[in-house]
Design a protein around this ligand. Structure first.
Ligand code: WAQ
Ligand code: MG
Length: 280
């Protein structure tokens, strides 16, 4: 893929609060159209008028880029967010997070993991055995950056997502972010739901289950959300992990499966044995 690649990153604020952010990794030839596209996204954001838009362009040595395959996608269709959270706990414990720690992580995001119950800008890093928070800054958290789809993979994924009614950039970007997290050393699982009050779908991602969407993880109107990365601190040094998540360029050049939608069993007691244990 040509000689140089560029990391193009955009963030915008409205009344000093975060409004929009997005990033790509593209060839030199695509830098100007990409900055234009990302800027126009900030300028036409439904949540407010941008006061400040920052776009940065940074050259990446193509020799250091890692190529990875995206996780499989599955969707668990639920209306009841309390059951959604139970299902998330179930998935997390299957992935290797201690059961009470999984419940604690869900409660942390529900309460707002930032100072005074606010949503954080980045993610919590949590020890899956003890629940200890390992991120250095509990207000900012860890921001995953420098990841994208390889060009040939983008249109293929867009087609695949469109064929199951998921053709929104939110899904694609969350999938790429989760893919980068899963490619990091020491990762056991990720829990995420949006801080957008109208968007209730979130996910649990782990190496075996892939990107498992849960359609209700919070009530409509709730503007708290966040991410928790469960990291085994005996498998990786936390500084090394953070450096990987923030700085290592990762491109996805292969798609996972896009599985069908599941109606989880009505009784949560059946989850680990039915859908979850044997897989979709
Ligand atoms: N790195 C780490 N944490 C982040 C990042 C990042 N780059 N971006 C956002 N976060 C954290 C932060 O705490 C946000 O408050 C929280 O995640 C949610 O971010 O398949 O839209 O951008 O239907 O609101 C998932 C489901 C949607 C998509 C996630 O997250 C689907 C979403 P948002
Ligand atoms: Mg958001």
């Amino acid at each position: 893929m040509g000689s140089s690649l560029y990391s193009v990153r955009m963030r915008a604020t409205c009344q000093s609060k975060h409004l929009a952010g997005a990033e790509r990794i593209v060839t030199a030839a695509a830098v100007s159209e990409t900055t234009a596209a990302l800027t126009s996204r900030a300028m036409s954001h439904v949540n407010g008028v941008a006061d400040e838009v920052y776009c940065s362009v940074e050259r990446i040595d193509p020799a250091i880029v890692r190529y990875e395959k995206l996780p499989d996608i599955s969707t668990y269709q639920l209306d009841d967010w309390q059951k959604g959270r139970q299902l998330a706990c179930c998935m997390l414990s299957r992935a290797g997070v201690k059961e009470d720690i999984a419940a604690r992580a869900v409660q942390l995001l529900a309460n707002g993991a930032g100072p005074e119950g606010s949503a954080m800008r980045g993610a919590v890093i949590m020890d899956p055995a003890t629940g200890e928070r390992l991120e250095r800054d509990q207000s900012r958290g860890v921001r995953v950056s420098r990841m994208d789809l390889a060009p040939e993979c983008r249109s293929e994924l867009e087609r695949e997502l469109a064929s199951v009614g998921l053709d929104h950039h939110r899904v694609l970007e969350a999938l790429v972010l989760a893919g980068k997290v899963l490619s990091a050393p020491g990762v056991v699982a990720e829990l995420c739901w949006s801080d957008n009050p109208d968007y209730t779908t979130g996910y649990v991602a782990d190496l075996h289950g892939g990107y498992q969407r849960i359609t209700a993880l919070k009530p409509v109107g709730d503007s708290l959300g966040g991410r928790v990365f469960f990291i085994d601190p005996t498998a990786v040094a936390i500084d090394e992990l953070i450096d990987y998540l923030e700085c290592q360029p990762v491109l996805f050049d292969g798609l996972g499966d896009c599985r069908t939608i599941h109606e989880p069993a009505a009784n949560p007691a059946d989850w680990p044995r039915s859908q979850l244990l044997f897989g979709p």
